[in-house]
Design a protein around this ligand. Structure first.
Ligand code: HEC
Length: 227
């Protein structure tokens, strides 16, 4: 019998009496099932476990999700990855050294994941405005006119490089990747000196994934060939 587990042994007649007392308490209305309080004529008071009629405890139902503790996308505070953490796929080691870039090959995984339509889309969104649809450096940006001091109008930014030229054809895959990552030759040169780039070409290392940049290298190579 389970009562034998208790230190105080309760004799049979006493147990019968207690059960009867409980029965009387519950049926006579002296027991408040919500609070567990039992009161006999003001003289005997004790507490039993409470059993609210629903059989459960009260749950606060807060219907307005608007007020709950949640944050929408892009809303502060953002949950940023802990300092120094790297993606499970491994972090990108950004290479600054031109000699190292020269001998850098397209990583196998990015070679096999290449999709020409996708790379075309990445090029048209990010590069075409400057380097042009034909890669000839005659993107729409070159037709944007700005006023000069003498009143004449001209595009006075650095000319986007003709990507379909010997100058680029001669570059290794790693070098093209480096220039895309750091913002052209001037961008890479600035990064080597620990300076931020002031080149016209953006630093795509900050905007495109490592995979997208390697795919762009392949996209260009397939169209311009090697020398
Ligand atoms: C805002 C204009 C602009 C955009 C956008 C741009 N570039 Fe450039 N790019 C330039 C300019 C200008 C240069 C010449 C270097 C300089 O003065 O910054 C250059 C240089 C380069 C070079 C180095 C060529 C060399 O021989 O020096 C490569 C490769 C290149 N761009 C590829 C790309 C790719 C790929 C993209 C798209 C991800 C891109 N660029 C987007 C303007 C741009």
């Amino acid at each position: 019998m389970f009562l034998s587990q208790f230190k105080i042994r309760i004799s049979g007649p006493l147990l019968t009496f207690m059960v009867a007392l409980l029965f009387v308490a519950v049926t006579s209305g002296c027991y408040d099932s919500k609070t567990g309080k039992v009161e006999f004529g003001g003289a005997i008071n004790f507490e039993l476990p409470a059993f609210p009629e629903t059989g459960s405890h009260a749950v606060v139902v807060f219907s307005e999700m608007h007020y709950s503790d949640s944050y929408r996308a892009q809303e502060v505070p953002r949950l940023l990855p802990p300092e120094g953490s790297v993606p499970v796929t491994g972090g990108e080691v950004k290479i600054l050294d031109l000699d190292e870039l020269k001998v850098l090959d397209i990583p196998r995984k990015f070679e096999t994941s290449y999709d020409d339509n996708n790379a075309q889309r990445v090029y048209s969104v990010n590069c075409q405005v400057c380097h042009g649809i034909k890669l000839d450096g005659a993107g729409p940006i070159t037709t944007l006119l700005s006023a000069r001091n003498d009143g004449s109008l001209a595009y006075d930014g650095a000319e986007p490089v003709n990507l379909n030229s010997d100058r680029v054809r001669e570059l290794s895959d790693g070098e093209i990747f480096g220039y895309i990552t750091w913002g052209g030759r001037p961008g890479l040169a600035a990064a080597v000196r620990g300076k931020s780039s002031s080149a016209i070409m953006p630093e795509f290392g900050k905007m495109l994934t490592e995979q997208e940049r390697w795919h762009l290298v392949q996209y260009l190579r397939q169209r311009i060939g090697t020398k």
